[in-house]
Design a binder for this molecule. Sequence first.
Ligand SMILES: Cc1cc2nc3c(=O)[nH]c(=O)nc-3n(C[C@H](O)[C@H](O)[C@H](O)COP(=O)(O)OP(=O)(O)OC[C@H]3O[C@@H](n4cnc5c(N)ncnc54)[C@H](O)[C@@H]3O)c2cc1C
Ligand code: FES
Length: 321
Amino acid sequence: MSDKAPRIAVTVADVVAVTPFIKRFRFEPLDPGPLPTFSGGAHVVVEMQDGDLVRRNAYSLMSPPSETSHYTISVRRDESGRGGSRFLHDHVRPGMTLHITHPVNLFPIDHRAKKHLLIAGGIGITPFLAMAEQLAHNHTPFDLHYAFRSRDHGAYADDLETRFGTRVHLYHGDRGEAPPLDRLLPQQPLGTHLYVCGPAAMIDWVLGSARAAGWPDHNLHHERFIAPAIGTPYEVTLARAAVTVRVGSHQSMLEAIEAAGVDAPSMCRGGACGQCETAVLSCDGTLLHADHFLTDAEKASNTRVMPCVSRFEGQRLVLDL
Ligand SMILES: Cc1cc2nc3c(=O)[nH]c(=O)nc-3n(C[C@H](O)[C@H](O)[C@H](O)COP(=O)(O)OP(=O)(O)OC[C@H]3O[C@@H](n4cnc5c(N)ncnc54)[C@H](O)[C@@H]3O)c2cc1C
Ligand code: FES
């Protein structure tokens, strides 16, 4: 969300503790009229004014896509994160006004698929709540496999079983259960598409297993929620703005650029959409690429960078901004 990007003002209508770790937030439009429609898998970026700091985090929309009177998101409290989820849990109350972006979908349903195999781990269930609703509404075949650490972490497990019955399969980590990929993957009809969202290790396991079982890459879809690790502070020079900006260790390059009042494009803020791609004019050091957008060759060329997630170690970095 650049400072000039259109934002939607919403009222926090309801906050519900779904589990000891997860809160659900219901947003209603501040101005009369419907919210923009979206498709299952979409997310919004929520802007939070935390003292002098503006936090902007992406959250998947879990409400039915046809519902335009409100949006709902669910946020897992991340004690070791940079503070956005803690801010939402501790300070956001019903009646407050927040600003969010228009929904963006980087994890859409592929409508060419004959069947959809949805695999979720933990809080990675959120995009699938809206996707399952959309698939059920369109009478499209799907199965949802949902793994969580224990019942305390399994938000919406009961609700999903009630809504979608035998299409939902639950796995309790504390009982040693996990999706039986070796049996599941070969069983699917030709033309099935697979979608996975959850912890990084689970995404890698599912995608790796599917590729090893001969699934073509264009039938595999995933979304990662994790922000990259923090790093050491560094400076970046913005050639067109003629300023040099210091990026703190807990700050992304994009956040530092925005804090300096320079308008930079962005959308997902998670290294996936490509919107923030920026040309590197000079680089005396190492770019620490953390996105899922640039190819390995582009990363190695040191000529492009995604400031929403990537960092720099070295003497001098000059960007075309
Ligand atoms: C598309 C998408 C959908 C998501 N949906 C959900 C959801 O439904 N529910 C949920 O609980 N979580 C979701 N997340 C994760 C969520 O956005 C937060 O990461 C999470 O809530 C933890 O919050 P935090 O502020 O502690 O953040 P952290 O994840 O610790 O940090 C996020 C912040 O770190 C900054 N940052 C990024 N890269 C760097 C870097 N290299 N160095 C320093 N700072 C950096 C970003 O600007 C961002 O504001 C989603 C993430 C994405 C990308
Ligand atoms: S804003 Fe989407 S990749 Fe950076």
